[in-house]
Ligand binder design. Structure first.
Ligand SMILES: [Zn+2]
Length: 454
């Protein structure tokens, strides 16, 4: 099997008599400060899952149980994939479990799981990873999504009344989820707004899709903290949003039918005032550009030789068919619309960023999301963000600074510094020069454990 991690321990027998004070030292590494782009040669000392000391690389080396000479390598905090799904039912549990090591393989040490149907397993993996009993990323999960009756996604909590909403929130609170994820396939607009308010009242951050029967302004006023994908941003940037919303409520328009109308009524001034509001309310946006692009070109690009496909079970691969069929069966006009939308989303992502709205890099990898593979797709998302105009440093921030910030755990993450979690990526090449260098992985340190790809 390819890509198996070999846990190579480079242990130098130390001649000093006393017990070493550190579990792991990473010597002479070029540490990149993701806030400032400063690069400094340092020695990193780790105990258990924490960075406990950083010294100038010229300082005298201190004794550690395990020492790694990292001369020439660049160190950045482990990557965050801020939108991923563990899902597909119990029959695809093995694939989902396999992704955990795969993500580490690709330098992703934390993920934000945006809802699925494998919650009890996800909670188990979350605990096992935190205790270092399993190799995998730290998982922040929403548990099941909140939606209406007969939802698109299996496992969603079906809510049709305020009582059912309260029960759903009770169950999510009991599960100790890290945030609330809302979905729009069947959820009634008023309940959606109520869910946002009630989530906030219970101290949860909320993010989601948004039913087209409400306006983005209403959602923001109700306390939405995160906007997944750019469809809703596009809707809020239309000068005809209220009219289109009304037509949607009356059943005169569907989601995809609304898209060309929204594109044609895009208005710079409306967009700018929306962006200001997003910035002011510290609402983060997850553009998911790579999946948008992948799905928009399913009719043209042949993925059958993708290497990653070989590691997926036939059952998992089968989940890819739904979107492929729908792409191939759609009219030339629909296909062209999707491609226009894809291009527009790139422009929109840059405008949001330039207006000071915080973006989060997320891949949307998981079952059903055709050819968007857990691991490589986050690197592709970073590439997409750079392709639309962010600098490599800005793209990295959307992954490993904004991710922890949104979840309120920034004191533990976002930098290689004393007191931070020992989640570190050692790269052979500088990612600030070329963002694709995030794939030049030499080793990954997860929860203080040194893991080297062989
Ligand atoms: Zn998703």
């Amino acid at each position: 099997m390819k890509n198996i991690l070999v846990y190579l321990s480079i242990i130098f027998v130390l001649s000093c008599a006393q017990e070493p004070n550190y579990d792991l030292s990473i010597l002479d590494v070029k540490r990149i400060d993701i806030e400032t782009a400063q690069i400094e040669n340092v020695d990193i000392y780790i105990n258990q899952d924490r960075i406990v000391l950083i010294q100038n690389a010229d300082s005298k080396d201190l004794a550690a149980k395990e020492t790694v000479d990292a001369k020439g390598a660049y160190a950045i905090p482990g990557l965050w994939d801020n939108h991923i799904h563990f899902r597909g039912g119990e029959s695809l549990l093995k694939d989902n479990e396999m992704f955990l090591e795969r993500l580490i393989d690709y330098g992703i040490t934390s993920v934000r799981d945006a809802g699925g149907d494998l919650t009890s397993s996800v909670k188990k993996w979350q605990l096992e990873v935190s205790k270092n009993e399993r190799i995998g990323p730290t998982i922040f999960t929403s548990g099941p999504k909140i939606d209406g009756k007969n939802p698109t996604w299996q496992g969603s909590l079906e809510v049709e009344s305020e009582d059912e909403l309260d029960q759903a929130l009770d169950s999510l609170e009991q599960l100790e989820v890290d945030f609330i994820k809302l979905y729009d396939s069947k959820l009634n607009g008023n309940l959606f707004l109520s869910a946002l308010k009630k989530s906030t009242a219970r101290g949860f951050k909320s993010s989601g899709h948004m039913p087209f029967s409400v306006s983005l302004n209403q959602a923001l006023d109700a306390g939405m903290n995160g906007v997944e994908h750019l469809y809703y941003i596009l809707k809020g940037s239309s000068k005809d949003e209220l009219e289109i919303t009304k037509q949607f409520q009356q059943g005169a328009l569907g989601f995809w039918q609304a898209m060309p109308l929204l594109i044609n009524s895009y208005d710079e001034a409306t967009a700018q005032s929306l962006f200001n509001k997003l910035k002011q309310q510290e609402v983060f946006v997850i553009p998911t550009l790579h999946i948008g692009n992948t799905l928009s070109y399913l009719d043209e690009i042949d993925h059958s030789n993708d290497e990653y496909l070989n590691s997926l079970s036939p059952g998992f691969k089968k989940t890819y068919e739904r979107r492929i069929k729908s792409a191939l069966n759609s009219s030339p006009e629909t296909r062209a619309n999707r491609k226009n939308l894809d291009a527009l989303f790139g422009t929109l992502a840059l405008k949001l960023h330039e207006s000071g709205v915080k973006l989060m890099a997320g891949s949307d990898a998981g079952a059903y999301n055709s050819y968007v593979y857990p691991g490589p797709s986050l690197h592709k998302e970073l590439e997409s963000l750079v392709a639309v105009g962010l600098s490599p440093l800005e793209a990295l921030k959307t992954s490993l600074i904004n991710g922890p910030k949104w979840l309120g755990v920034e004191e533990n993450y976002g930098a290689i510094a004393k007191g931070k979690k020992a989640d570190i990526l050692l790269l052979k090449m500088n990612p600030l020069i070329n963002i694709t260098n995030t794939t030049s992985i030499q080793a990954v340190i997860k929860n203080g454990r040194y893991l080297k790809k062989n």
